[in-house]
Ligand binder design. Structure first.
Ligand code: PMP
Ligand code: GLN
Length: 378
């Protein structure tokens, strides 16, 4: 039968993690922590299971977790999302993104994505039967190019997808950039999908500029978050989507026939654990220290680091080491040097190669040091 996604193979993250295992490499490829989460969170799960939270959760998520997310967004971003009608718990950000795209686009609609972008957006748009319009971020700085975005807007544009802090470039949108987007979209009825899964990983005293802070963006936005990133539990696959009630109503029509609801004990545990803001407030310092440790070690190599303003990714320019393209370099690096990385070309529609690869530093210090020992050989 005809493929729904003829151009799509296995994701680069799956491929690289498999190669890392095969070659017993230090895996700085796929983004996930190699350390445990807070034991209090594990105790909260056990307690939730023992208390009998083991049947279907309500379709949009447990009221306690939605209220906790509403309170947090209000405290951090100054906008009150109604827990009943404006927040939905999803099976990770991945399901939230797909569901939002399916809910608001039709065949014939155009969806703007900014290249390079996270690998699920474009296949999700294809599954909705809509057309992805790839607009490049500025080469070198990865800043949004508003003239190019404006030029890409047509009467068929239904949605634009943004991601800050940004995977893979580790850049963070400024207040001024968010305002520019707000101004650009003001005369249109284009919707916004704001992927904010790295909202708590912003460094050097910056603030995360959530779309929730900007009324002209928030009124048209699906805002996507992920507990996996924030609490070091990527395997739990729990996230949320916040959006105005009318958008949420459409979102839930798809959600209810997509997963119906998300696992109950994790939601109970997360609601309980979220009462303490310390874990997410401490996250920037926690990851900034790891970024700096890794950066310092990179100085002893011939890899040239790009700035990391947010996320748990460090990009490096490999041109001082090799003339190889990124994909070949990553294959060689995992096989011969024993370190897994991700080529940035995997995040571009046309496989654009700029000799930059991405390392994940959400790792034990010992893991980072072991990788650096090997990278010194380059
Ligand atoms: N968006 C971005 C930008 C990501 O990096 C990730 C995680 N790799 C996701 C979405 C998916 O998040 P989750 O694991 O919660 O599905
Ligand atoms: N978001 C993770 C990354 O960018 C990978 C998640 C996945 O494997 N799909 O590395």
């Amino acid at each position: 039968f005809p493929s729904r996604l003829p151009q799509v193979g296995t994701t680069i993250f799956t491929t690289m993690s498999a190669l890392a295992q095969e070659h017993r490499a230090v895996n700085l490829g796929q983004g996930f922590p190699d350390f445990g989460c807070d034991p209090r969170l594990l105790q909260a799960v056990t307690a939730a299971m023992q208390a009998g939270h083991n049947q279907y959760a309500p379709m949009p998520g447990t009221p306690a977790l939605r209220q906790a997310v509403s309170d947090k967004m209000h405290a951090l971003y100054g906008r009150r999302y109604d827990a009943g009608s404006e927040i939905t718990v999803t099976a990770g950000a991945t399901q939230g993104i797909l569901t939002a795209i399916l809910a608001c686009t039709q065949p014939g609609d155009e969806v703007i994505v900014l290249d390079p972008c996270y690998d699920s957006y474009v296949p999700n748009i294809a599954l909705a039967g809509a057309t992805a319009v790839r607009v490049p971020l500025t080469p070198g700085s990865f800043a949004p190019d508003f003239a190019k975005i404006a030029a890409a807007l047509t009467s068929r544009t239904r949605l634009i997808v943004i991601n800050t802090p940004h995977n893979p470039s580790a850049t963070v949108w400024s207040d001024a950039q968010m305002r520019q987007l707000e101004e650009l979209l003001a005369p249109t009825n284009v919707l916004l999908l704001s992927d904010e899964v790295y909202e708590h990983m912003v460094f050097d005293g910056q603030q995360h500029q959530s779309a929730a802070r900007f009324p002209g963006l928030a009124e048209r936005a699906f805002i996507v978050s992920s507990f996996g990133k924030t609490y070091h539990v990527t395997g739990w696959k729990v996230g949320t989507v916040a959006a105005p009630a009318a958008l949420t109503a459409e979102f839930r029509k798809v959600h209810q026939f997509n997963v119906f609801s998300v696992n109950t004990p994790m939601q109970a545990a997360l609601a309980d654990y979220m009462r303490d803001p310390a874990p997410y407030l401490e996250l920037p310092a926690f990851y900034q220290r790891k970024r700096d440790l890794f950066l310092q070690g990179l100085q002893a190599t011939r890899l040239r680091p790009l700035p990391t303003r947010g996320t748990y990714f460090q990009c490096v320019d490999i041109s001082g080491v090799t003339g190889m393209n990124e994909a070949d370099f990553c294959r060689w690096l995992v096989q011969d040097i024993g370190v897994a990385a991700i080529p940035l070309s995997a995040f571009y529609g046309d496989g654009f190669d700029q000799q930059v690869v991405r390392f994940c530093f959400a790792k034990e210090d010992a893991t980072l040091l072991a990788a650096l020992e090997r990278l010194k050989k380059l």
